[in-house]
Design a protein around this ligand. Structure first.
Ligand code: NAD
Length: 656
């Protein structure tokens, strides 16, 4: 007997329905399945495949003797047995989902949870096959075969012949010949629907595991109440003059400056960032506020385009606030990510509902408290506390704009959640930035700079260097120098001024990192520094350098978000350019060379939002910050970021 969540039941229902569809309506059913799977990651109910629909589908199968027994228990769990003896043709994502279902069917509840958090492990055909191989070894799959030379084949033929699911799911798998032109994005990339919010959020110190505080989470009803209050307050706030709003934001900035130390300590305790780095972030954010105070007024000032266009019409543009901005934030740079949006949004006359990350909640609450103490009206900037469910409730509420910073899967879920509303959306998502070290560098300096780019904030930066490509002429010397720098890092208490590398903010990331390293080593990579967790309370991982990596490995494809770097040898600039661009992300790329023209040539050819010459992992309030492809849409900071927070009104003015 397999117990399935409602989402899984829906997917299984789709799979089983497919077993009885004809070849003619097969493509239709593929689309239905994929859309059901995609929708199942939303909180919205899935219309076409809810439990009763699935039950009806299973019943229909039963009548055709394809399913022996169907039973529903409770609201969310469907139990069933099935016998499908027809041949199913599955696309890669469907096959992936089946792999997950099979795996889950064989796990304990604790392991199930872990498994579902590791959907990323099923991102490629190889991963699915590896999972099935494991099942085969445990006697769950009777035969697993892949025809030689079918590496790129996208269609799989799956024969499910499960006689008795009480004991095991038996599956026979083979790879068929016919390739498809393009398969949809793997399901594994989709974020699972957030679990219901707990009544309170426990904040732990990742350096020790100690519970720092429990804070009441914001539920859906409270989100709505906050939105109503913010809606009313925004009108009055926008009606104030710009200098009045600016004077309150300046008061906030000045008060924050007097509290740099407390703010930095709070952040270090709740997310483990070394204290020197937390302090540097708070100080740097003061400069960003200054820049906004200096520029927002000019950028949103009415613009006379022409007093007299042809026909005697005057033309003018004014800028009005978007209204109610929901800002959902990541934890890794909580001051930058929070205030890059909140400050210009407030200056432009918006109200902000700010949901700090569950891993930087104390920091977020502290920031907003400073704003309120400085005189910013309490309903104009409010916090929403909690994890994914609170974020989803905020996204579902009556807001005008969502500014989201977080991972690609969550960003996709947010985009779907607002897709049928005209809500303005900005997504600042993950990255897999590459850096190329040319043959003309000072090797020691390049090793120092790239290590900084990879390991600052324990590698937990969206624009951290996560892939290193080194010209073969300097490769050996560079790797030696890099290992020396990384091996000398002082790892320890993040509150200690001498610490270079602290713990990871999220314990769950340790599993991701371990899995990526295991995958790389399994495919031929070598660990030359670090490579494992550090055995102490809290969540710690040794700074790690891998060599002999290649693009098949997860470590060179998926975001790692931890203190790990893979180093790959490249032949020349052309080879390096191809490697740098070989990613689904598009946040940034760096080139280390003494020749600026060479760097500009390479960087100019790349599909990234940020180009770095002899630098990396840097953002500036004066420059637009944006990602491409899976790294997001929209722009923050600079004049473009300010304009993103206002709406233009075009005036056509005629005397008569
Ligand atoms: P995450 O996606 O897990 O969470 C981000 C935020 O979304 C959190 O506040 C979370 O509570 C909320 N959330 C979760 N599920 C939600 C849902 N269904 N609806 C609405 N909100 C939801 O990411 P994270 O672990 O907090 O941050 C790390 C990620 O952020 C990395 O991928 C990193 O690269 C990225 N990041 C990007 C930038 C950038 O500027 N591009 C900056 C910082 C971090």
């Amino acid at each position: 007997m397999i117990e399935l969540t409602a989402e899984e039941a829906r997917v299984l229902g789709c799979l089983m329905e497919k077993a009885v569809t004809t070849p003619d309506n097969y493509p239709l059913s593929v689309n239905a399945l994929i859309s059901a799977c995609n929708q199942s990651t939303n909180r919205d109910p899935v219309v076409s495949y809810d439990e009763s629909t699935v039950e009806r589908a299973l019943e229909a199968l039963r009548e055709k003797s394809l399913s022996r027994r169907v039973r529903a228990t409770g609201q969310r769990v469907v139990k069933h047995r099935h016998v499908v003896d027809e041949e199913l043709q599955l696309s890669v994502p469907e096959f992936t989902m089946l792999g997950i279902l099979l795996l889950r069917g064989a796990q304990t509840p604790g392991e199930l949870k872990q498994r579902s958090e590791r959907w990323h492990a099923f991102r490629s055909l190889d991963d699915v096959e590896a999972a099935l191989q494991q099942l085969a070894e445990r006697g769950f799959v009777r035969r697993l075969e892949r025809r030689p030379g079918q590496k790129e084949a996208r269609w799989l033929t799956l024969v499910v012949a499960s006689a008795d699911l009480d004991d095991a799911a038996d599956a026979e798998v083979s790879v068929a010949d016919a390739p498809v032109a393009s398969a949809p994005a793997p399901l594994a990339e989709a974020a699972p629907a957030p679990p219901p919010e707990a009544r309170s959020l426990d904040v732990h110190n990742p350096a020790t595991g100690e519970l720092l505080r429990s804070i009441a989470s914001t539920d859906e009803r409270e989100v709505e109440q906050k939105v109503e209050r913010a809606r009313r307050a925004q009108k009055a706030w926008a009606a104030r003059s710009y200098p009045e709003r600016a004077s309150l934001v300046r008061a906030f900035r000045d008060l924050l400056e007097t509290e740099v130390e407390e703010c930095a300590r709070t952040t270090t305790r709740e997310m483990g960032k070394p204290i020197t780095q937390s302090r540097a972030e708070v100080r740097a954010v003061l400069e960003r506020i200054d820049w906004n105070l200096e520029h927002v007024g000019d950028v949103i000032a009415p613009r006379e385009v022409t007093p007299r266009a042809p026909g005697g019409v005057g033309e003018r543009v004014t800028y009005e606030p978007v209204g109610l901005v929901a800002h959902i934030s990541a934890w890794n740079y909580p001051y930058f990510v929070g205030l890059n949006t909140i400050v210009p949004a407030l200056l432009a006359g918006n109200a902000v509902l700010y949901k700090p990350s569950e891993h930087a909640t104390l920091t977020g609450l502290g920031l907003v408290d400073v704003m309120h103490r400085a005189g910013v009206p309490v309903d104009v900037v409010q916090t929403v506390v909690g994890g994914g469910a609170s974020g989803a409730a905020l996204v579902a509420s009556d807001i005008d704009m969502v500014c989201f910073t977080g991972s690609y899967p969550t960003g996709r879920a947010v985009a779907r959640a607002v897709a049928d509303r005209f809500v303005r959306l900005q997504l600042e998502l993950g990255g897999k930035d590459g850096a190329y070290v040319c043959d003309d560098v000072d090797v020691d300096a390049a090793a120092l700079a790239t290590a900084e780019g990879a390991f600052y904030n324990s590698g937990q930066s969206c624009a951290a260097i996560e892939r290193l490509y080194v010209h073969e002429a300097v490769y050996d010397r560079f790797v030696d120098a890099l290992c020396e720098v990384v091996g000398a890092y002082r790892i320890g208490d993040p509150e200690d001024e001498q610490t270079d590398v602290g713990p990871l903010a999220r314990a769950a990331q340790l599993d991701v990192i371990e899995a990526q390293i295991a995958d790389a080593v399994g495919k031929g990579a070598k660990v030359v520094v670090g490579g494992s967790r550090i055995d102490r309370p809290g969540s710690w991982f040794d700074p790690t350098v891998l060599v002999d990596v290649d693009p098949r490995m997860q470590i060179m494809r998926d975001e790692t978000f931890g203190p790990v770097i893979g180093v790959q040898r490249v032949r020349d600039d052309a080879d390096a350019t191809t490697c740098l661009d070989d990613t689904e992300f598009g946040l940034g790329a760096a080139v280390f060379t003494s020749d600026r023209a060479r760097a500009e040539r390479i960087l100019g050819a790349l599909d990234v939002g940020n180009a770095y010459w002899n630098r990396s992992d840097r953002s500036s309030v004066r420059l637009p910050w944006s990602g491409r492809r899976h790294s997001g849409i929209g722009v923050s900071m600079s004049e473009s970021g300010i304009r993103a927070l206002v709406r233009e009104k075009a005036w056509h003015l005629s005397e008569a």
